[in-house]
Write a protein that binds this ligand. Sequence first.
Ligand code: F6R
Length: 611
Amino acid sequence: MCGIVGYTGPKEAYPIVITGLKRLEYRGYDSTGVALLDNGLKVYKKKGRVSELEQTIFGKDLHSHCGIGHTRWATHGEPSDRNAHPHVSASGKLAMIHNGIIENYAQLKQELTNKGYTFTSETDTEVLLNFIEDIRENNQCDLEEAVRVALKRVTGAYVILLLDTDNPDTIIAARKGSPLVIGVGNGEHFLGSDASPMLEYTKDVVYVNDYELAIVKPDELILKNLGNEKITPFITKLDIELAAIEKGGYDHFMLKEIFEQPSTIHDCLRGRLDADAGTITMSGIQNNIEHFKEANRIIMVACGTSWHAALLAEYIIEELCRIPVEVEYASEFRYRNPVINKGDIIVAISQSGETADTLVAIERAKENGAIIFGIVNVVGSSIARISDGGAYTHAGPEIGVASTKAFTGQLAVLTMMALKIAKEKKTISEERYRKLLLELEAVPEKVDAILKNAGDVKKIAEKYKSAGDALFLGRGYNFPIALEGALKLKEISYIHAEGYPAAEMKHGPIALVDENLPVIFIATQDSYHEKIVSNIQEIKARKGKVIAVITEGDDIIPGMADDVFYVPPADEIIAPMLSTIPLQLLSYYVGIAKGVDVDKPRNLAKSVTVE
Ligand code: F6R
């Protein structure tokens, strides 16, 4: 949440910063601002999107070789011009941007107010900035030292970038809990919440760790810990091309990412799954195989869509591996005093690898001696780095705020993981194992076939765009898909939607059913099929509108449902990866029909780096 960008070097800073902000806008879009150093500070900021700021400051003096920029997801203080970052210190010498939350800001603010400071915004950022400035002035120290002293007093999460009129080519940066990547160019440096702002300039990046401070000049990058000891920067080579973060001819990133799934699922399976040889190669699992075989329990920790992937994994792992699985909301798990026993494995699932609740949850579990296995999409992200082992989903950059291709990537990894452990534990027959490998291998082709019928989904979406509420119902392996379908619809179309286990409907939600309520059943051919057909009858008997995701060849449900989406036949463990696709398309097309900015729906941000 909140995107930060910085540049220092021989090029003009503004075009790099503003382009970087557009790429990071998925992290928050309440307000935007830039600060440029050139014979003093030039600060431009505004409520709204990056493009709005760009238009407003067109033609102004933007010349500078050192600048920072911020795109905000509001925490302290409403979205407004005055709460927009960068903030400028009382003396006018320092400008700062911040991603995170300073939890003890009220106390610091009181201390500063007692000394006579006044504030122009309601933000915690302006407090921290003046706290740093106050230390610099009182201790007669340089900015670097003042930042170090200040951060020792701060509780919370932050990435901060600071400009100082006394050092016009230097950016001081520090991180704890929020991401910071520094791109190393030839006589220039780039800073970003992720690597997207620097992709066309350099592939050499340094991922800054918690409690590290960076002094960034055009031709020098000094990393230190808060004890003022130097740390050798570890340079990693990026493996992302610019095209991966562009729309590639699609109207929206969300649509592009939905349509990329045949290839992203293929990329996830490639090099791992060999159905002919009957093997799954996953070094992260292999290196920890004894732990998995002996595990008393697996605890899955995640948020949002990633939590839905975890829930489906619970069904699959318990069925195939006979290991008890618990699925935890990271935000609850971290504040409980969970019982973690020797032999428990924590699996953290996250697209961004930066979700604050998931990150802190696994840090706590790690402190208690748990083994952490990370299933992450963003390479080099914080969760990936603190995990003891793991597997990347290889879905490529996901920019649409609603998670789509990362979800199917997570399902592919989790299914392979379950199959590999089951094979090692001998809890699966050779015949079923081989069949599931073949089924998994066929998923990209089947997803492709579903996407060819996207036009049908679009027509159905038009019919239901005015609904005020919707129910999503599924049983067994399709229950997590019902939850995911409901989440997608509410975030992308602002229609209130609930997911339920289909049989649970009778215990309350059925009271909502009338002739206006669309009820979306995920009812593919599986061992629950007859049961869910009965649930459909129960809805029809109450005049609800039934939309069903069904398997091609189903000749029962089309006679009862108002609308159907077909998916190709698949084993019931694999089918959820298919049935989720029409629901992604449904939410996309309903959102478009309602005029929602589907890539940046209101109030949301990707990469939730605040609690
Ligand atoms: C929903 C969505 C969110 C994320 C959640 C966790 O479409 O994108 O619910 O799934 O914020 O994010 P990650 O997976 O990055 O930890």
